[in-house]
Write a protein that binds this ligand. Structure first.
Ligand code: G4P
Length: 536
């Protein structure tokens, strides 16, 4: 049943440094085990030495992803970070996606910067809501997805049911690469369909790779002895059923139509090594990216890249901002001069930062597929393109219409300038959307999750020294308004001035009480387009 894995799904002419890059993110529902599995991956990659290091970050003062005070207070990961490590000769970049209930556009944008995704499921729960939302984004971009069914050491769904749950909710075919033997208390291990062998489970102490032993003959009596006759018979039966599945198809995987599935228990470090070994082999290397004028190939000699995330005050002492750039082609060299396309001006990237698990270091070079951090003082925005001269603009970096709205109210009326400045900068980072009214002076803030307001309030206070409250407003929906018919647009503007705003980029936005009001406006003004997603 095993078939050889495709060696290198990359274009052969890619420089080896690019071909060996694997840039991915984990998508999961809160509590499925993303943090735990991240830690195991970093342990295997030698990027951390101690179990608990990832979790422990939550309490440290200047920890890698603990950029925000509110994050420390709540013990959750609001910000995303990048973690790079080596495994089996591959350079792996793991982009962290915020995992809490509330999450922002950041999460979505991280997915624009990866070439593949690892979907972690709680095997007892199957596909949960957050996973579905994130998978929608992966599908938009045809991102290949590998699946890890976690927590097999607990009672879980029957693995066939779990696969059909994935297939029916996510419309993606499952192709198991490992297969569980039992679950919960009777979880005995997995059958590795690639190497055709049984790998026995031993509950390991947290973080330690467990001593593995194998049986590679499925028909050996030893198997009946080790597993017990009923479990051995069940395994043989299951494997026969699996024979009926379509074989692993690298093209279907690359197109997001088929997902390799692994079973295991992250907390016991079981099944994670099989996952990582295979993942670095089959996951795609850096992929071509579309711009408004042409497709950029990763192997092109000249550097190009786009900013997908901005983070302020990585180091609160320095009030700096870091722009996270996904390199889309070529090679970055220290002190390189690049063109900032939006501003059409040259800038030097002197001290690009790369992100190891627990460190940030200034790098001499980086390649397509890598994420570099570029220090700046506000010149870079999410969606910006940097090149070695060509005037390109990468597409596909989304901005979503927010669903929650608040009015910012100053607690200290003398600070209104600082408030506006803070709100503008934070919304440029993509922390929330700031709307300026066409009429009046009530600035409205829009977000996808209510936690974003807490984050902003906390940052306004610590970074801009402004204390503000966010008051509820009777608003429930926003749409950007587009039209090629000037007259129709002017008419709409005249009739709805008090509901019209401009966003930070100057686009016209209509804020309404509910989605119903938007539908009504659309009916009344059929020549206008009310859109919920915009490219930045
Ligand atoms: P998240 O980042 O996706 O939110 O999940 P996280 O890794 O924090 O894991 C959520 C909970 O599930 C944690 O328990 C974690 O220990 C547990 N967990 C992760 N993998 C496994 C597994 O393979 N088997 C079992 N049984 N549990 C697993 P917690 O009680 O919330 O935290 P903690 O007290 O263990 O730190």
């Amino acid at each position: 049943m095993s078939e050889p894995l495709p060696s290198e799904p990359s274009a052969p002419e890619l420089p080896p440094e690019i071909a060996r890059r694997r840039t991915f993110a984990i998508i999961s529902h809160p509590d499925a085990g993303k943090t735990t599995i991240t830690e195991k991956l970093l342990l295997f990659g030698g990027a951390i030495q101690l179990a608990g290091a990832v979790r422990g970050r939550r309490n440290e003062k200047h920890a890698t992803s603990d950029f925000l005070k509110v994050e420390q207070e709540r013990g959750i990961s609001v910000s995303s970070a990048v973690m790079s490590f080596e495994h089996l000769g591959r350079a792996v970049n793991l982009l962290d996606t915020p995992g809490h209930e509330d999450f922002s556009e950041d999460t979505y944008r991280v997915l624009t910067a990866v070439d593949s995704a690892l979907m972690v499921l709680d095997a007892a729960k199957g596909v949960e809501e957050r996973t579905r939302a994130l998978m929608d984004v992966c599908r938009l971009r045809t991102t290949p997805v590998v699946t890890f069914a976690n927590k097999m050491d607990r009672e879980a769904l029957d693995p066939f049911d779990l696969m059909s749950n994935v297939e029916s909710t996510l419309k993606i075919a499952c192709r198991p690469f490992t297969w569980p033997i039992g679950m919960g208390r009777s979880f005995q291990g997995v059958y590795d369909l690639i190497h055709k062998r049984v790998v026995f489970y031993e509950a390991a102490e947290r973080g330690r790779a467990n001593a593995q032993c194998f049986i590679d003959d499925l028909h050996s009596p030893e198997l009946d002895y080790e597993l017990g006759a009923p479990a051995a018979a069940k395994l043989r039966e299951d494997l026969e059923l699996l024979e009926a599945l379509d074989p692993f198809d690298p093209v279907a995987f690359a197109e997001g139509r088929q997902t390799p599935v692994f079973f295991g228990s992250a907390i016991n470090n079981f099944g994670v090594k099989e996952l990582l070994d295979t993942f670095v082999e089959i996951a795609p290397c850096p992929q071509p990216r579309a711009t408004t004028s042409r497709v950029v190939q990763p192997g092109e000699e000249r550097l190009t890249g786009f900013i997908f995330k901005i983070q302020a005050n990585l180091d609160p002492a320095h009030h700096d901002r870091m722009a996270f750039m996904r390199i889309t082609s070529g090679r970055y060299e220290r002190r390189m001069k690049v063109r900032h396309v939006r501003l059409n001006r040259e800038m030097a990237i002197n001290n690009a930062t790369v992100f190891l698990a627990q460190d940030r270091v200034v790098t001499e070079e980086a390649w397509a597929g890598d994420i570099i951090g570029v220090h700046n003082h506000g010149g870079l925005k999410v969606g910006d393109t940097l090149t070695e001269g060509e005037l390109l603009k990468f597409t596909g970096i989304p901005s979503f219409a927010p669903e929650l709205f608040r009015r910012a109210r100053l607690l200290d009326p003398m600070k209104s300038k600082s408030l506006v400045k803070g709100l503008e900068q934070l919304s440029e980072e993509g922390a929330a959307q700031l709307y300026r009214p066409l009429e009046g002076s009530d600035y409205i803030l829009g977000a996808l999750g209510s936690l974003q307001f807490d984050v902003i309030a906390s940052r306004l206070e610590s970074e801009y020294n402004v204390r503000a409250l966010f008051e509820a407003v009777p608003l429930g929906a926003a749409r950007w308004v587009l039209s090629s018919d000037e007259e129709a647009l002017e008419k709409f503007k005249r009739e709805n001035r008090h509901r019209l705003f401009t966003d930070i980029a100057g686009n016209l936005a209509y804020l309404a009480q509910s989605k119903w009001s938007i539908d009504y406006a659309q009916e009344q003004h059929p020549k206008l387009r009310f859109v919920a997603t915009m490219e930045i």
